[in-house]
Design a protein around this ligand. Structure first.
Ligand code: HEM
Length: 566
C-alpha cells in the first residue's frame, strides 16, 4: 500500500506551510540536541563493570596511585569507573588535569557531598566545603592571610620555631618524629590564636586530634545513616547517635575553646595578636556579625584540625593519620626529607657543601640566604615530587554535565587527579623513583622554571597554603642541614641499620551514598602518606654547630591562656 495518498489527503487547512516549517524546525533542533546530548556520548574507557556491582571491586583501597597509574597505562589519561552509582574519573596526565581542573575550573571545583559529616559537625572545614558562597568566604579569608605577598610576615615566627626544632633535635634526637610533627602545629597554633605549645601533649592540639578521631569512627558507624537516612532515628543504644553527639561536642570544643580564650584576652585589653584576633577586630568594627564569627572559628580550625589514627591503622607506621590541611602535609614532607637524606647521602653532602660555601660551617642560614641556596630549594621541589604527601590529592566534583574529548562527564562526578602518577611520569622525570634535586636545576646551578608542583593540587581548589608551605618547609630543611648530619642508625656491632624507604598507604574510603538519593554522594576519607617508622642518627656536624644551635635566640612570645568550658 502506498503511503503517499495518505499524506496527499491531508488538508492544507490543518497543516499550513508555516506550521509545517515551525514543526520541522523544532524537530530538527530536538534531533540535533538529542544527537549532541552528552548522555549519548560514551564514558571514557576503564575496567569492565560487573552486573549490579559495576566497578565496586576495582576501586583501590590501598596504594590507589599504583592502580591509577596502571589504569593510565592501559586506558589512557582519563579513566572511568562506576562505584555505588557514582561516576569516578581518574586523570593521569598533566594535560587532562590542566584541561579540566584548571581550564574548566568553573565546572570542576566542588567537593563530594558528605551527609554524615554534617551530623558530626565536621562539615565546616574549608577543604570539604562545596563550591559556592560559603567556600568563597572561607577561601578569601585564607588567601588574604597566606597569599604569596603576605607570607613575609611569618618570617620571624618561622625562624624562631625552626630554631626550637633544632634545639629539640639536639636534646632528644630519638624523638625526631614528635619534634617534626610539633613544628608545623606549634607554628600554626601561634599564627591562628597566639597560643604557644609547650609540650607534645598540648591540650588544644589534643582536643583537635580527638575530635577528628571521633569523626573518623563515627563516619564508619554512620555508613548506614548515609544509605538510609531513616536510620538516624534508631535508638541511642545503636551507638551511632551517641557517637555523633560526642563528636559534635568535641568539634564544638575545638572551635570554641580558642575562640573564647581569644575573646577574653581581647576584652581584658590584653590581646595576643593572632589571625583570629585580627579577623574578630575587623568583624567587630563592622557590627560583629555572628555568622561571620562562626566562619572565623571554622577557618582558623581548618588549618590545624584533623589528625586521626585511621580505622585500618598500619602498625608499622608511627604517623599514619588523616588530616584536613596544613599540619600533617607539612610534617609528612619533613619526615620524608629525613628519609631522603638517609637514602641519598650524596644529596646531603652537596647541600651541606652549598651551605658551608654560602653561610659557613657553624652558622645557621636565614631566609635572607635563600637566593644563594638554590640546591636547598631544589631539594624542596624534589621532595614534593618524589613523595607527594597527598598522593592522589583531594577529589574534586563536577557541578554540570560536561563533554571532554568526546567523553561524557555527568554533573556530580568525582574527579581524582593522580598526583603521584604525574610526578613519576618517566617521560618527564627519567628514573622517577630516584631522589635527584638536579632535576630542578639549570646546568649553571640556578633553579629552573619547573616550579608548579602537582603536590599542591589544581584549579580553584589549589592549596591555599602553598606559599606558606614553601617557607615553613624551606627554613626547616635549610637550618637542619646546616647543623646536623643525618645518618643510618647502627647495630651494636657498628653496622648500618638499613632503611627500606617504605611509606604508609594513602587510603581512600567510601561510605555508601543514600540508596535513593544519588545527588548526595558519599564521604571520602583520605589519608596522607608518611614514611614507615625508621631509625636515624642525628648528630651536630661539629662543635661549632652545636654551639650555634644552643645560641639561637629564644623569641619571647606572649601566649594565649586557654580557658576551658564544657
Ligand atoms: C607540603 C605541604 C602541603 C601540601 C602538599 C598540600 C597539599 C594540598 C592539596 C593537594 C590540596 C587539595 C587541592 C585540590 O583540591 O586540588 C590542599 C588544599 C588545601 N590546603 Fe594544602 N598542602 C600543604 C600545606 C598547607 C598549609 C601549610 C596550609 C595552611 C596554611 C594548607 C591549607 C590548605 C587548605 C585550607 C586547603 C583547602 C583548599 C580548598 O578546598 O579550597 N595546606 N593542600
Amino acid at each position: 500500500m502506498a503511503i503517499y495518498p495518505f499524506f496527499a489527503s491531508l488538508s492544507w487547512s490543518i497543516f499550513d506551510r508555516t506550521s509545517i516549517f515551525v514543526a520541522l524546525a523544532s524537530l530538527t533542533i530536538v534531533a540535533v540536541r538529542l544527537i549532541k546530548k552528552p548522555r549519548r556520548l560514551p564514558f571514557p574507557p576503564g575496567p569492565r563493570p560487573l552486573p549490579l556491582i559495576a566497578n565496586a571491586l576495582d576501586f583501590p583501597l590501598a596504594r590507589p596511585w599504583e592502580t591509577y597509574t596502571r589504569w593510565g597505562q592501559q586506558y589512557g589519561d582519563i579513566t572511568h569507573i562506576k562505584v555505588l552509582g557514582m561516576h569516578i574519573y581518574v586523570l593521569n596526565s598533566a594535560e587532562a588535569t590542566g584541561d579540566l581542573l584548571d581550564g574548566r575550573s568553573n565546572l570542576y571545583s566542588s567537593r563530594p557531598d558528605m551527609p554524615v559529616a554534617e551530623l558530626t559537625g565536621w562539615h565546616m572545614t574549608m577543604a570539604t566545603l562545596p563550591y559556592g558562597d560559603m567556600w568563597r568566604k572561607h577561601r578569601a579569608l585564607y588567601h588574604n592571610k597566606f597569599k604569596q605577598e603576605s607570607v613575609h610576615q611569618f618570617i620571624p615566627l618561622l625562624t624562631c620555631k625552626a630554631h626550637v626544632l633544632l634545639r629539640q633535635l639536639l636534646a632528644t634526637p630519638d624523638e625526631r618524629v614528635e619534634h617534626i610533627r610539633n613544628y608545623p602545629a606549634a607554628s600554626l597554633m601561634y599564627i591562628c590564636y597566639g597560643h604557644t605549645i609547650e609540650s607534645h601533649h598540648d591540650p588544644l592540639v589534643e582536643i583537635s586530634e580527638t575530635a577528628a578521631q571521633e569523626v573518623a569512627e563515627t563516619i564508619l558507624k554512620g555508613s548506614l545513616v548515609n544509605m538510609l537516612p531513616m536510620a538516624r532515628h534508631l535508638p541511642d543504644w545503636f551507638g551511632f547517635q551517641r557517637s555523633a553527639r560526642e563528636c559534635r561536642r568535641k568539634v564544638n570544643l575545638m572551635l570554641n575553646v580558642p575562640y573564647e580564650s581569644v575573646r577574653r584576652h581581647m576584652t581584658s585589653g590584653n590581646t595576643v595578636p593572632s589571625w583570629m584576633s585580627e579577623m574578630l577586630d575587623v568583624n567587630d568594627s563592622k557590627g560583629g556579625d555572628k555568622a561571620e564569627e562562626e566562619i572565623i572559628k571554622s577557618v582558623t580550625a581548618s588549618s590545624f584540625a584533623g589528625k586521626t589514627v585511621p580505622p585500618f591503622r598500619n602498625p608499622a607506621c608511627a604517623n599514619d593519620y588523616t588530616s584536613t590541611a596544613a599540619n600533617d602535609t607539612t610534617a609528612s614532607a619533613l619526615q620524608f626529607f629525613v628519609l631522603a637524606m638517609l637514602l641519598y647521602p650524596e644529596v646531603q653532602r652537596k647541600a651541606q657543601e652549598e651551605l658551608d660555601r654560602v653561610v659557613g660551617l657553624g652558622n645557621i642560614p636565614t631566609f635572607e640566604d635563600r637566593e644563594s641556596l638554590p640546591y636547598i630549594d631544589a631539594i624542596f621541589r624534589e621532595l614534593l615530587r618524589w613523595r607527594p604527601p597527598a598522593a592522589i590529592g583531594v577529589p574534586h566534583s563536577s557541578t554540570k554535565d560536561d563533554i571532554y574529548r568526546d567523553y561524557y562527564i555527568p554533573k556530580g562526578s568525582i574527579i581524582f587527579a593522580n598526583i603521584w602518577g604525574m610526578s613519576h611520569d618517566s617521560s618527564v622525570y627519567p628514573n622517577p623513583e630516584a631522589f635527584q634535586p638536579e632535576r630542578f636545576l639549570n646546568p649553571d646551578g640556578t633553579l629552573n622554571d619547573n616550579d608548579k608542583p602537582f603536590a599542591f593540587g589544581f584549579g580553584r581548589r589549589v592549596c591555599v597554603g602553598s606559599a606558606f608551605a614553601r617557607e615553613i618547609i624551606w627554613i626547616a630543611i635549610a637550618t637542619m642541614l646546616s647543623v646536623f648530619q643525618f645518618d643510618k642508625a647502627k647495630t651494636p656491632e657498628g653496622n648500618d641499620i638499613e632503611v627500606d624507604g617504605g611509606f604508609s598507604d594513602s587510603l581512600v574510603m567510601f561510605v555508601p551514598p543514600p540508596l535513593f538519593d544519588r545527588t548526595r554522594l558519599n564521604f571520602v576519607l583520605l589519608l596522607l602518606s608518611h614514611p614507615l617508622e625508621f631509625k636515624c642518627l642525628i648528630k651536630p656536624r661539629s662543635q661549632a654547630c652545636e654551639e650555634a644551635i644552643l645560641k639561637t635566640p629564644e623569641l619571647k612570645l606572649d601566649s594565649l591562656e586557654l580557658r576551658w568550658f564544657e
